[in-house]
Design a protein around this ligand. Sequence first.
Ligand code: ADP
Ligand code: MG
Length: 245
Amino acid sequence: MSLLSVRGLTKDFGGNRAVDGVSFDLRPGELLALIGPNGAGKSTTFNMVGGQLPASAGSVKLNGAELLGLPSRRIAQLGVGRTFQIAATFSSLTVRENVQMALLAHHRKVFSFWRSAARQYAAEADALLGQVGMREQAARPCSELAYGDVKRVELAMSLAAAPTLLLMDEPTAGMAPAERNALVGLVKQLVTERNLAVLFTEHSMDVVFAYADRVIVLARGSLIAQGSVDEVRRDAKVQEVYFGT
Ligand code: ADP
Ligand code: MG
């Protein structure tokens, strides 16, 4: 059973075809890596699936329902969460308050008197922070956190919307290798525990090969390979794109 079904997804920027007839499926509980060189069309693909960018052609179905043409807010309500490359936390608020804000937004509570409104979500916020290993730091302002920990808070904020599918475009950008492994390892754990599906991009092949359930490979807008880590690693076209052999 496919959760997300992408068919013939295409994006033209003027005369430049950035994404060219891409098709793939994503199952519940699957960690799917989208890899490819810079400019391959990875972010453009994320933006079309998340509704931040209109597609030129194709279809993106979530549980059989078409997402293309829907506003990003509606796509989020249907269970598609996303994290962005730029940190989206409020640095003057504490870790817990950031997650409370995300819970308020998800439950569409009014934002005046938000501190009192947020109180009812304190326990839920702490539970989410526990899942990302940030419970102990709940009372600290986000401005004091290390970069990798901000990413964990962002992840908890994404989980506040109870997504069935999470889109993560370069979640480990700017991280040292140990931090990368820790974050993607955590995502892998959440995928298993919550039967969450995740589509992510990642530059480190070591991290991709260690954690991804399946890999799809884009080059110049086209999908050139997909399969298990072992299949993709051995693929001649992938080796040519990555290693020029
Ligand atoms: P990746 O994320 O794989 O590095 P992108 O999806 O960002 O690649 O970009 C794919 C191609 O589309 C690139 O050639 C890029 O220059 C082009 N592109 C991306 N966004 C825009 C835009 N808003 N306008 C015009 N061209 C764009
Ligand atoms: Mg990109």
